[in-house]
Structure formats: C-alpha cells, structure tokens
Design a protein around this ligand. Structure first.
Ligand SMILES: Cc1cc2nc3c(=O)[nH]c(=O)nc-3n(C[C@H](O)[C@H](O)[C@H](O)COP(=O)(O)OP(=O)(O)OC[C@H]3O[C@@H](n4cnc5c(N)ncnc54)[C@H](O)[C@@H]3O)c2cc1C
Length: 428
C-alpha cells in the first residue's frame, strides 16, 4: 500500500513541505481549513479598492535562500523585483532628512566608512554595536546585549530589527537578531537586496505551488479543518475532520503546519508560543509618484515602511498592537498624513483599505523563543512546520519555508536528520 503524508495547513510552511515530498513515492494530502491556500501570505480581491492586494506587504531579501529555492522550484523567482544592489531609501519625518543606505555587495563592510552610503550624523563605532548580539547567550534581550540608543539605533537598528522581529526590538530575543545579522548584513550587500513580489504574493508563491502540486497528484482539500488527532502510545492513529475520520496506516505520516495555538490544542503536551504581535497595513488607491523607490523606510512617524506599486501606495506598521483600537477612519487619516509627507503628494485621503492582522506573528521575545518546538514531536509519525517552530529565525517567509523543507527532510531521511541533530547537540 502507498504510504501517505497528510499535511495540515496550506500556508507557506505546509506548501514548502508538500513541494519537497510530492515528487516522491508517497501520496500527499493537503488539508486546509480555509477556502484558499496561503495563510498569512496571500492575495485577495479587495472590493473597496477594486484591485487585488496582498493581506500584508511582504519584504524579502536576496539572502533569503529558502524563499528563493521555493520560488525556483515553482518557476516564479523572476516575480521578485527590486534594485540590483542593496539600497534602502529612508525619510525621517521629524527632521525631513532623506538618505539612502547602500551597503557594498561584498562581506567586508567598507560602506560604513563612506558618508554617502551610511546613515547621516552617525559614527563608525555605532555600526559595530550589534556585533555584541553575536556573543549574547540565549534568552537575552537585545537591550541587554547592545546599547539601544543614539542616531544609528533610531535610524537603522530599530527599524531593521522591528521589521524582522515584529516586536519592539529592545524586548526582542538577541539570538534572533544575531541570526538576521549573520544571514544579511554580515554576508554583505548581496544578501540584502530588498525584494517584493511585484504581481502579488499569491501569484508568486501560492498559485504556482498549487499548480505544481496538483500536477504531481497531490490531493488538496479546502474547507477541511482538522478538529482533533487521536493518539495511541507514541503515534497518531486517526485524524478527525468533523464528520470524516481518516484512519492512519502504519507508514502514514502527518506534518502539522498550522498556527501555534491550533497546534497546541491538537497535540498533547506541545510547547508553543503564546503571545503575538499585530501588523497594520494600509493601502491607498493612488498612482505612485515617478521616482518613488519601491520601498522606503520611515523613521519618527506612525508608518514604518512605504511600498510603491503602480496603482497604489501601501504601508506597514509592525508591532502595531497599540493601533488596534483606533477607529479605522481615524487611522487612515493619520497614516495618509505620513504618506503625503513622505511622497509630497498634496491630495486629500484617496480610497483606502486598512488590514489589521492581530496575530501576525508570535512575539519574538526570549520568553516565546523558549517555547518554540523542534520539528520532531514525541509522536513517531507527527512532525511540525510553521514560522513559529524552532527555526532559529523570526516569523518570516524564510523561516516558514525552511520549517517546511525541514519537516519534509524529517520524513524523507529521518535517521540522517536524527544523527545530524545528535551531532549538533554534542557540538553545542
Ligand atoms: C501582515 C503581515 C506582514 C508580514 N510581512 C512579512 C514580511 O515583510 N516578510 C516576511 O518574510 N514575512 C512577513 N510576514 C510573515 C509571513 O507571512 C509568515 O511568516 C508566513 O506566511 C507563515 O507561514 P506558515 O505556513 O508558517 O503559517 P500560516 O500562513 O499561518 O499557515 C497556516 C495555515 O494553516 C491553516 N489552518 C489553521 N488551522 C487549521 C486546521 N485546524 N486544519 C487545517 N488547516 C488549518 C490556516 O488556514 C493557514 O492556511 C508577515 C505576516 C503578516 C501577517
């Protein structure tokens, strides 16, 4: 009988796992509770704006190797667009200062010596401060590992870490910030080109993955919510989808790629993050001014990142829990004031949409980092995937895809992975 893999959740983690497993000999089933795939990374038609937009603006970097591998596998890597170098435009709304941060491509960071490439009014020593994060013990807050004040902190480290951690950086886990540094700036500008999915997240990531999986005979079931898992001894024996029970054969496996609160309710004794942070996105239906960069960082304002698309301007505010109770109209007006200042557009509020994702990511604090579980569980035929598992990265596309690839590797080569894990435990 053909062994089956049941993947629960068709977000990026579940899809990444499926892409790696579908070419093999196992029969793949993907069960998704919603009526569409993509989870927190998807596009939809917004009837207020009359256009397709993403649930949230997603910024990737050229150094996100797993995300790029995913896109290569589904044939849409070219849909990620951005400058051919590491270049970030910034505006400081308090002073009106504008600058471009331009790390050089190679790993030796000579760009910090050149005022034309670095942040104005900053000293070279300030650029070295985050190196302290590399030596911080686990469960250390960023503010306990590096000095979190001064012009460079406000104009670079704070926005950089806030965007990636979706958590006020001072409270953030130092090892996650260190991982970001290692995978981006320490590799040089070539790992830091800012990239966006020009035709939308679903067109780049989700739809081509679904097409590929369907062509490889994976079975996709939408509106198929997993309600409970029955366990006997150390394995899962059946899956209850409410009215339909799937009994698992001896060789069948499960990849649980659902959000952490759902996973914790399904798996007894599972440790998972318990607190979350919001992200607010606003979209304005207006043509982008010519020459406005694709992405602009904003400091000392309400908005943090401005994304320019041909038919709209969109903004992101991370760690945005403080904004959740502000009435939407009031928030739209406030946000538009910032957008108008950055873009120098002198027009009243255009048609807008605001999307508040209350549980956008888990809080990247030391407390929550400790709760992130490994891919393997105590149950022999159940592995985990999701941006909240112990990827060593914050909750990002890169982390989600890596977790999915890792879950697939656990199923394809469980013994090898167990040996790798043992070896790395011995090394540490
Ligand atoms: C507004 C916003 C902005 C973001 N910006 C960025 C960014 O700029 N850069 C970046 O890299 N990352 C960003 N992220 C993070 C990124 O979107 C996530 O890390 C990634 O999408 C998580 O994928 P996942 O598969 O782990 O989880 P999810 O996308 O949450 O997938 C889980 C899936 O499981 C399904 N499910 C839940 N319960 C069940 C059940 N019982 N049975 C079956 N299915 C179930 C859900 O419907 C969902 O489809 C952002 C996220 C948000 C929300």
């Amino acid at each position: 009988m053909t062994a089956k893999v049941h993947i629960i959740g068709a977000g990026l983690a579940g899809l990444a796992a499926a892409l790696r497993l579908a070419p093999g000999s196992r029969q793949i089933f993907i069960h998704e509770a919603a009526s569409q795939a993509g989870g927190r990374c998807r596009s939809y038609f917004d009837s207020t704006l009359g256009m397709v937009i993403d649930n949230g603006n997603h910024l990737l970097l050229s150094g996100n190797r797993a995300a790029h591998a995913f896109l290569r596998e589904v044939g849409t890597e070219a849909q990620l667009v951005g400058p051919k170098t590491a270049e970030f435009a910034f505006v400081d709304l308090a002073t009106g200062a504008r600058w471009r941060l331009r790390p050089n491509e190679g790993p030796i960071p000579w760009w910090i010596l050149l005022p034309s490439r670095r942040v104005p009014d900053t000293k070279i020593g300030e650029y070295l401060r985050p190196l302290a994060l590399l030596f911080a013990r686990k469960s250390t807050r960023i503010e306990d590992a590096m000095e979190c004040s001064g012009p460079l902190y406000e104009r670079l480290w704070q926005p950089f870490f806030l965007a990636a951690l979706n958590t006020e950086p001072k409270q953030g886990e130092a090892s996650l910030a260190a991982a970001l540094l290692r995978e981006t700036l320490m590799k040089g500008g070539r790992a830091c080109h800012p990239l966006v999915a020009a035709e939308g997240l679903s067109a780049a990531f989700i739809e081509p993955a679904l097409r590929r999986l369907a062509a490889q005979n994976a079975v996709l079931k939408f509106g198929h919510r997993l309600n409970s898992i029955a366990f006997a001894q150390n394995r899962a024996i059946s899956l209850d989808f409410g009215g339909e029970t799937v009994v698992l054969d001896a060789d069948d496996q499960i990849i649980l790629a659902v959000p952490p609160t759902v996973a914790a309710a399904l798996v007894p004794g599972l440790s998972a993050p318990q607190t979350f942070r919001a992200i607010v996105n606003a979209h304005f239906k207006i043509a982008s001014p010519v020459n406005l960069p694709a992405v602009t960082g904003v400091t000392n304002g309400l908005i943090e990142w401005l994304f320019s698309f041909p038919d709209r301007l969109s903004i992101t505010i991370s760690g945005a829990d403080r904004l959740l109770d502000i009435p939407r109209e009031e928030l739209a007006e406030k946000i538009w004031r910032d957008v108008a200042q950055v873009t120098q557009i002198a027009e009243p509020l255009p048609a807008w949409q605001i999307i508040k994702e209350k549980r956008a990511t888990f809080a990247a604090t030391p407390e929550e980092e400790c709760r992130r579980p490994a891919t393997r569980t105590a149950f022999s035929n159940l592995v985990l995937a999701g941006d909240w598992t112990a990827t060593g990265l914050p909750a990002t596309i890169e982390g989600a895809v890596r977790s999915g690839f890792r879950a697939a590797a656990e199923i394809l080569q469980p013994h090898r992975n167990a040996e790798d894990a043992g070896a790395s435990r011995q090394r540490s």
